[in-house]
Ligand binder design. Structure first.
Ligand code: TA6
Length: 283
């Protein structure tokens, strides 16, 4: 067990065999192994060399979800800069037999000059990844270190690995209003369970409880959130063939993105204030 660092990749591991790998690039979790099985989907065409956001694992979305056309985040690429910047390893903050936590940091000093111009706020992010025998927790602390209020979105763009997405059902979204990004419409989910039989890209706003991902009726994952009101569900289906770094071409069958976030509205952070949130994926 412990933490090791090699080539910009930080490995967390427990004596009982579980592990998680986090790239300094984007502080992207790219692997989570428990019971000898990989729990995250990582595209076989994902760029892991720091040239492009990672297709798979857990990219971190900040300070904007999607692409905004106006306001202070308009100059930023889709999903912001957190996932395309090199983070600092702050270090291991706790470890025992059954749990290990490692922290990462990002501030303006880690951004390119162009990004700093595009989003000129004095911010500090601390990202904590905690591995236990039966869960992976991601926590974020956003601090406004300047004297100007800023608006932000935040989201953990988690690609969960599933045996066959056609057998997946998602519980916890009944009666929740969502925006469908495929059709550009809004609706309320009536079904107690969502099954995935085509492209799905939905932003569910104000989801009160946990979301459970089942495979053939058996619970695989339970996603618990704290201070993250929204849940995005995404599977590109066969249109994954149009995503350059998505592979294999039928890889959509083995993934479902269940993304815990604060994205349906802007969050305001005043000078010298801190905002904290987190998500835990339980097995
Ligand atoms: O979170 C869902 C989503 O915003 C989808 O609309 C889809 O485009 C996906 O993220 C991937 O975005 P990316 O920028 O990584 O290609």
């Amino acid at each position: 067990g412990g933490m090791s660092v090699e080539d910009g990749r930080v490995k967390l591991s427990l004596p009982s065999g579980e592990s998680a790998d986090v790239l300094l690039y984007g502080a992207t979790v790219v692997s989570w192994i428990a019971g000898g099985e990989e729990k995250l989907f990582l595209s076989e065409k994902a760029c892991l060399d720091g040239t492009k956001a990672v297709r798979g694992g857990i990219p971190l979305v900040f300070p904007v979800f999607g692409k905004s056309t106006d306001g202070p985040t308009a100059a930023l690429a889709q999903h912001g800069f957190a996932r395309i910047c090199k983070w600092e390893l702050l270090g291991k903050t706790s470890e025992n037999e059954s749990s290990i936590q490692v922290d990462f940091g990002l501030g303006p000093e880690n951004l390119t000059v162009d990004l700093r111009k595009a989003w000129p706020y004095a911010f500090g992010l601390i990202y904590s990844v905690t591995l236990t025998r039966t869960s992976l927790e991601t926590k974020i602390l956003v601090r406004n270190e300047g004297n100007e209020t800023f608006d932000f979105n935040l989201l953990f763009h988690t690609y969960l690995r599933v045996p066959n997405v056609g057998n997946v059902s998602i519980e916890g979204l009944k009666d929740i209003a969502y925006r469908c990004k495929v059709t550009g419409t809004e609706a309320v989910q009536e079904m107690p369970e969502l099954s995935i039989q085509q492209e799905v890209d939905r932003v569910y706003a104000d989801v009160p409880g946990s979301v459970v991902v089942k495979s053939g009726g058996t619970p695989l994952y339970r996603v618990e959130r704290s201070n993250l009101e929204d849940v995005v569900v995404w599977n590109p289906w066969e249109s994954c063939a149009n995503i350059a770094d998505f592979g294999p071409s039928d890889g959509y069958k083995n993934m479902i993105c269940i993304e815990a976030g604060a994205v349906s509205k802007w969050h305001k952070l005043e000078p010298q204030n801190v905002w904290e949130a987190g998500a835990i994926v339980h097995l």
